[in-house]
Design a protein around this ligand. Structure first.
Ligand SMILES: *Cc1c(COP(=O)(O)O)cnc(C)c1O
Length: 857
């Protein structure tokens, strides 16, 4: 029999314990050990049985047990203290409140952060991998810093999927149905108690309705839209059933709900809670890009023309691109986007809409609507997620700025970070605390001193963390084999899998091809030899989910699982199904080495290695993403890459061989060189200490969020306010100016440039006086910057390592011609050169290259 309705009855807590409900609903418990301890102590057995989920725990405790607990004065005092501590965390001024006093206008009163997935905790499974975990860490760190952010996403009724293995190692997926009533969420309701609703009109007179749930991530509200609403037709009701499930129309509806519905949910939230309207909109990857279309629609409704509405929206929008892999970017049929989106946002003209996502550059595909391209066009500020990825993105998207060389494309970078209180093992936190008196998880300044932990204590903490992993691996492996059809009697060997004293290497990530899950299997004999080495054995823990539609990824998993099933090596290498936050929290701390071997430069940043580093793990990685930036020769190892080798097989062979060599000749010998005091590996521990104290401060998500605030949110808020002031006068002015400059740019050129008064062999310290004559057509000198770009020149006369100097206007000549002059100090020896160019100039541009207009000499 099937139930026709289901609902969750929440426990009525006795008054002295009432605060437990709030404590269970605010996800701060997930990164606040004392609150977790409190929940555990309510009933340690049930706590483990419900997988450390406070909402489930409270539902399991019956009235008798609760009455007993309510009579325990000491416990009631702990509950009150925990609530008081939460209140203090939620209300006291934090970093942002102090820093904001120095910013003109005080910094944004509110920032909206959109993401298709949020990985906050295991008990809210709304993520598939790095993008979602990053979004979760962003919110948690914003909360710790007091940044006034609101998250916006979708609530997937079945989350991503649960991974298990078949007998022969094939990935199988199950989709447990989540009941929002069992999750740490509250439904937004109108004053009369009716659930609030967001609605999007669809073609054919249909409507997509959604409820809005709120998760409390510390100080940060996270709004999640849910299409599982009775009023919906069955075909659209399933819009939010699965994360990244389905393509075509369903994917489009998800992204419309996220972007357009998300803005409507924010308006709803402001109306209900009195929260200020967001002054900045940040979109984590392109999926939420329609938020910009909705905001253009709002501005058109307020009487602006399209261009002014576009400028008003762009000024306050930040776009973060996350992938150099084309398959990671959503592309739709342009006609379908036009049909659907103009229905939901009728104020926006179809032609203009389609132009926003058009790939109208060399190599682009006609008839396609590209979400990343729209994201870049609708945001005045954009960034990649590591320095290398910023540079790769500038090259990848330079078609959108046709006049510019790739290095000048206005996409900057903010390197990702990770949320230390979520990812640092308590044993490590305690070890640093014992040595320095400061806790790195709550006092980021403590990282710089983490190297002071004495070798013996550090080694002992590391061994405990490794042992905890070994225990967890055996438990998971047994469960996996039982699912694969083995009987308990066959599984005695599982108790001897892994060894708490063997060098432990971890590798866990999603399984797209570029991450090369099976690179380690390139030469199976060499891998076997490393695992079974008589003095220096290595053990490997591997995990990762393949997208359900990606059979090639599943084949890689199967290939690996088959290798690990071999009785000759299975005590030294394991594949653990269902990689998630819960597994990761034991896995990273337990690994001595974190392996990463993507195909460079396709890993935009990578964050798992950062989490390993914060636990004293050493990275062994291709120089890609963040590692390219922060590898320093002492904090781990760089696997040499065969960049430029065209033959993919040969490249894999070369890079795999380099990996084996490193493990064999450097990593393992150093780990087992226990000639240090008390039998510790002295050189190894020096590397660990160095990693903690130098990488520790860099890889923090609080560092990342502070950078977003200072470099992107505050300037975006300022721009947004400027264009919005006096009835959007600035937006209208900017739109008119852009129109004029675009129209007149054909008449702009550098007619002639020369340097005067220079001897034949100029010397360092001399000054080069440059004069230039330019034609501006109908534009005026106020509209442009005339610049000298100077730097080193290569053999082929390319300018590199350039600097720019603005020339000053000397005089207006006839026919729109003008002369300019300026001095360049010669600051370097060798072959140098310069060129002259004209760029548009306006105080409301975020960068002079923003329009992609340039006239070069
Ligand atoms: C950190 C993390 C990721 C992302 O790791 P990458 O190194 O970016 O691939 C994926 N899944 C989980 C569960 C994580 O904790």
């Amino acid at each position: 029999m099937r139930a026709i309705r289901r609902f969750t009855v929440r426990t009525a807590l006795p008054a002295p314990l009432a605060a437990l409900e709030r404590l269970s609903l605010n996800l701060r418990w997930s990164w606040h050990p004392p609150t977790r301890d409190l929940f555990r102590d309510l009933d340690p057995q049930v706590w483990d049985a419900v997988r450390q989920d406070p909402v489930a725990l409270l539902a399991e405790l019956g009235p008798d047990r609760l009455a007993e607990l309510a009579a325990d004065d000491a416990l009631v005092r702990r509950v009150r203290a925990a609530e008081a501590d939460l209140d203090a965390y939620l209300t006291q001024p934090r970093w942002y409140q102090g820093a904001a006093t120095a910013w003109e206008g005080g910094g944004p009163t509110s920032v909206a952060y959109f993401s298709p997935e949020f990985g906050v905790t295991t008990v809210l499974p709304q993520y598939s991998g790095g993008l979602g975990i990053l979004a979760g860490d962003h919110l948690k760190s914003a909360s710790d810093l007091g940044v006034p952010i609101t998250g916006v996403g979708l609530l997937y009724g079945q989350g991503y999927f649960t991974q298990s293995l078949s007998r022969d190692g094939w990935q199988t997926e199950t989709y447990p149905v989540l009941d929002p009533g069992d999750l740490p969420l509250t439904l937004l309701r109108e004053e009369d108690g009716a659930p609030c609703r967001v609605a999007l009109a669809l073609p054919g007179g249909r409507t997509l309705h959604a409820h809005v749930w709120k998760a409390d991530v510390g100080r940060v509200p996270l709004l999640l839209l849910d299409s599982d609403v009775e009023e919906n037709d069955p075909d659209v009701r399933s819009t939010t059933d699965r994360l990244y499930g389905g393509g075509g129309e369903k994917r489009l509806l998800q992204e419309m709900l996220l972007g357009i519905g998300g803005v409507r949910a924010l308006r709803l939230w402001s109306r209900l809670s009195g929260a200020p309207a967001p002054e900045v909109f940040h979109t984590n990857e392109g999926h939420a890009g329609f938020l910009g279309v909705e905001r253009i629609g709002e501005a058109l409704g307020a009487g602006l023309g399209f261009e002014a509405a576009l400028q008003a929206g762009r000024a306050a929008t930040v776009f973060t691109t996350h992938t150099p892999v084309p398959a990671g970017i959503d592309r739709f049929d342009a006609a379908q986007v036009r049909e659907y989106v103009t229905c939901a946002v009728p104020a926006v003209d179809g032609e203009r809409l389609v132009a926003l996502g058009a790939e109208d550059y060399p190599g682009g595909q006609p008839g396609i609507f590209n979400m990343a391209v729209m994201g870049l066009r609708l945001a005045q500020r954009a960034n990649g997620v590591s320095q290398l990825h910023g540079s790769v993105s500038r090259g990848m998207f330079d078609g959108l700025w046709p006049g510019l060389d790739a290095p000048e494309v206005p996409i900057t970078s903010v390197t990702n970070g990770v949320h230390a209180p979520t990812w640092v093992d308590r044993r490590l936190d305690d070890a640093v605390h014992a040595a320095t008196g400061a806790r790195p998880t709550t006092e980021p300044g403590a990282w710089a001193r983490a190297g002071e932990v004495p070798a013996a204590q550090l080694w002992s903490a590391r061994r405990q963390m490794r042992s905890a992993l070994v225990t967890d691996v055996r438990r998971r492996l047994r469960a996996s084999w039982l699912e694969r059809g083995a009987t308990a009697a066959e599984l005695g060997w599982v108790d001897d899998v892994l060894d708490p004293d063997v060098l432990t290497v971890g590798f866990a990530r999603r399984v797209p091809t570029y991450k090369r899950l099976t690179l380690m299997l390139r030469d199976p004999e060499r891998l076997r030899a490393l695992l079974l080495h008589p003095e220096h054995p290595v053990q490997l823990v591997i995990a990762g989910k393949s997208h359900p539609a990606d059979d090639s990824g599943k084949r890689l998993i199967q290939q690996l699982v088959r290798f690990t099933d071999d009785p000759a090596v299975r005590h030294r290498i394991v594949f653990l199904p269902n990689y998630d936050i819960g597994m990761a929290q034991t896995l990273y701390p337990g690994c001595d080495v974190w392996l990463n071997n993507p195909l460079r430069p396709l890993e935009a940043c990578g964050t798992s290695g950062m989490k390993a580093a914060l636990n004293g793990g050493l990275n062994l990685s291709i120089l890609d993403g963040w590692w390219d930036e922060w590898f320093d020769g002492e904090n781990g190892w760089a696997i040499p890459t065969a960049d430029g080798v065209e033959d993919a097989d040969r490249r894999d062979d070369l890079e795999a061989a380099a990996l084996y060599d490193l493990v064999e000749t450097q990593v393992a010998p150093r780990f087992y060189d226990t000639s240090g005091a008390g039998g510790t590996p002295a050189r190894w521990l020096e590397m660990v200490q160095h990693t903690l104290s130098t990488l520790g401060p860099k890889v923090l998500a609080t560092r990342m969020v502070a950078e977003y605030v200072e470099r992107l949110y505050v300037p975006a808020a300022t721009s947004g306010r400027t264009v919005a002031a006096s009835g959007h006068a600035g937006a209208r002015r900017l739109a008119a100016w852009v129109d004029e400059v675009r129209g007149g740019w054909g008449g702009v050129r550098v007619d002639h440039a020369e340097s005067v008064d220079l001897s034949d062999s100029p010397q360092l310290g001399e000054v080069l006086a440059v004069r230039a004559w330019v034609s501006l057509g109908g534009l005026s000198p106020e509209d442009v910057d005339v610049q000298v770009v100077h730097g080193r020149v290569t053999q082929t006369d390319e300018l590199v390592s350039t600097s720019t100097v603005a020339l000053t206007h000397v005089e207006a000549l006839e026919d729109g011609r003008h002369s300019y002059a300026g001095d360049i100090p010669l600051r370097r020896t060798g072959a140098v050169g310069y060129t002259v160019r004209v760029l548009p100039r306006h105080e409301l541009l975020a960068s002079p290259t923003e329009l992609g207009l340039v006239a070069n000499a």
